[in-house]
Design a protein around this ligand. Structure first.
Ligand code: NAP
Length: 290
């Protein structure tokens, strides 16, 4: 990365993996908690503690910086006030060279299992997806206002070492049968890190990219495979009409949306070569033999 000034806003699971690929000592990670600060210090990332729930009220190292914005929106509402607070702070702290924003493929809403590329208009159904679309729109307005560069990554379900539904499986929580489960899409965290780097260095200014491995599957199959590889029981299968009583509201909202995400623009324009182009290869890497 040519830029000496890199800031990862929301430097958690993904951010720390991304920081590991950037020149040591040059990356600042913004986190909310004291525990987050300790984690960054252990990993040699310059910590910056700031809770974006509120107005920022401190100077941020953003002038001319490469900024990856990975912080999640608030848990309720249809607006990303966290991003709004961050963008407002840039007027005083200085404008970044470029911002790469993590959004989700959820902004497309339910697509009835169709293949979806970036030309499909967003139609979010769940509030969590509406908040992400709001974030995308805020970023675009910031780009117009500031004249600085931006890229949006619409990311599918992230999995990887330390990011597997093992607790859910241990608790024996149920899942619908494979034939009742909608299409879902995934990306291994290490491949997502490559995409984040490529978006900063090679992404088209104003570009929007779907980020997924290009091999859609279904959620029930995913849980079963993780269970098999982890040596845990597969989730008990429930009928779709029992889902209202047996599944969390969050899980029901995921099951209500079906789409197959096309990643050809990402491959073509960002030039990434996926290490894990399907779940089999990605899960094998999460469970190395011996
Ligand atoms: N899970 C998926 O399948 C999926 C799919 C698409 C997109 N995404 C999105 O990808 C992004 C990165 O995911 P991840 O797994 O790296 O998440 P993560 O491990 O939960 O990290 C989130 C980071 O954001 C920080 N943060 C949270 N609320 C904040 C606030 N109010 N102010 C400042 N910082 C705040 C956290 O700080 P602390 O460390 O102090 O807690 C943490 O460092 C997230 O936005 C996530 O929603 C996830």
């Amino acid at each position: 990365m040519g830029n000496e000034n890199a800031l990862i806003v929301g430097c958690g699971y993904l951010g720390c993996r991304l920081a590991g690929q950037l020149p040591a000592g040059r990356v600042t990670g913004l986190v909310r908690s004291a525990a987050g600060v300790e984690r960054l210090e252990r990993q040699g990332i310059i910590p910056l503690r700031c809770d974006l729930t509120h107005e920022v009220g401190q100077s941020l190292p953003t002038e001319g910086a490469d900024v990856w914005y990975l912080a999640p929106p608030p848990r309720t509402g249809v607006e990303d006030s966290h991003l709004r607070h961050f963008l407002e702070a840039l007027d005083d702290s200085g404008q970044p060279r470029r911002m790469v924003l993590i959004s989700t493929t959820g902004v497309y809403g339910d697509c009835g299992g169709q293949w979806v590329d970036e030309s499909r208009p967003p139609a979010p159904v769940a509030d969590r997806a509406r908040r992400r679309l709001d974030a995308e729109q805020q970023l675009q307005r910031w780009g117009e206002r500031s004249g600085r560069e931006w890229v949006i990554l619409r990311v599918a379900g992230i999995y990887g070492p330390g990011k597997l539904p093992l607790e859910r499986l241990r608790e024996g929580r149920p899942m619908v049968a494979e034939q009742d489960a909608p299409w879902t899409n995934r990306i291994h965290a290490d491949d997502l890190v490559q995409v984040c780097l490529a978006a900063m260095s090679r992404g088209r200014n104003g570009g929007i990219y779907n980020v997924t491995d290009g091999s859609p599957g279904n959620m029930a199959d995913y849980f079963n495979r993780v269970a098999d590889m982890a040596g845990l029981p597969r989730p008990p299968v429930i009928d779709l009409d029992m889902a209202d009583d047996s599944l969390s509201a969050g899980m029901r909202s995921y099951l209500a949306e079906s789409r197959r995400i096309d990643n050809s623009r990402m491959l073509r324009e960002l030039g990434v070569s996926l290490r894990y182009p399907d779940m089999d290869s990605g899960l094998r890497a999460c469970f190395p033999q011996e």
